[in-house]
Design a protein around this ligand. Structure first.
Ligand SMILES: [Zn+2]
Length: 211
């Protein structure tokens, strides 16, 4: 089991980064437009979303990307950076992680919400979509990023739902979660993910999958 212990300096750095990129976003129409098309503009404050326009030293390679902080009761413990250009990300990764920052479960604040069930998604945007729809959700930063010890985070919930995308990788992710955390697989329509469903049909489109 790996428990990540951040130094005080790292914590301060993550907090500074989240605050700065949040401030960058407040004046950035391109990033706001991106979040609007994803239905995630209402998530900006809750999730402290940002955009990297004035990178901190060491963050230059994330310039222009959406900054997604990993919020916990103890503050910001990680950040990931998503490309928000209107293209297919040929030749560069859609997401970048900091090489020295470890792998965290996204949106652990939702673990404490009063709910018998919780949804597990493949990524941050999908988890935010469920959470905005009023259903607690956490996200693995990618299908292959799951860490064994995250299982224990989900033990208090009566029902865990796996919300893998409506494709082969998503089906595999749901099967994995079924073995790993006894998750019930939600059937997303072919070609859709939680966020695209949320954009098309709002909260009801997601909630109807579990009700
Ligand atoms: Zn790209």
């Amino acid at each position: 089991m790996t428990l990540q212990t951040l130094s005080a300096a790292q914590r301060t750095f993550f907090e500074q980064a989240a605050s700065r990129y949040q401030a960058d976003l407040s004046a950035d129409t391109a990033a706001q437009d991106y979040l609007r098309t994803r239905g995630l503009l209402p998530a900006v404050a809750t999730f402290r979303l940002g955009v990297v326009r004035n990178p901190l030293v060491g963050h230059e390679q994330y310039a222009g990307r959406l900054a997604i902080p990993y919020l916990t009761p103890a503050g910001v413990v990680n950040l990931r950076f998503r490309c928000i250009e209107r293209h297919d990300c040929d030749g560069h990764p859609k997401y970048l992680s900091q090489p020295d920052a470890g792998t965290n479960l996204f949106n652990v604040l939702d673990l404490k919400k009063d709910s018998p069930h919780i949804v597990v998604t493949e990524g941050e945007l999908d988890a935010m979509s469920w959470s905005l729809a009023g259903v607690p959700a956490v996200g693995s930063p990618g299908v292959d990023a799951w860490q064994k010890h995250w299982r224990r985070c989900l033990e208090d919930h009566e029902v865990v739902y796996g919300a893998g995308d409506g494709d082969k990788a998503g089906t595999k992710f749901n099967s994995f979660l079924a073995r790993e955390v006894k998750a019930r697989a939600l059937r997303l329509p072919l070609g859709e993910d939680s966020n695209s469903l949320f954009v098309k049909g709002g909260a009801d489109a997601l909630r109807s999958l579990i009700e």
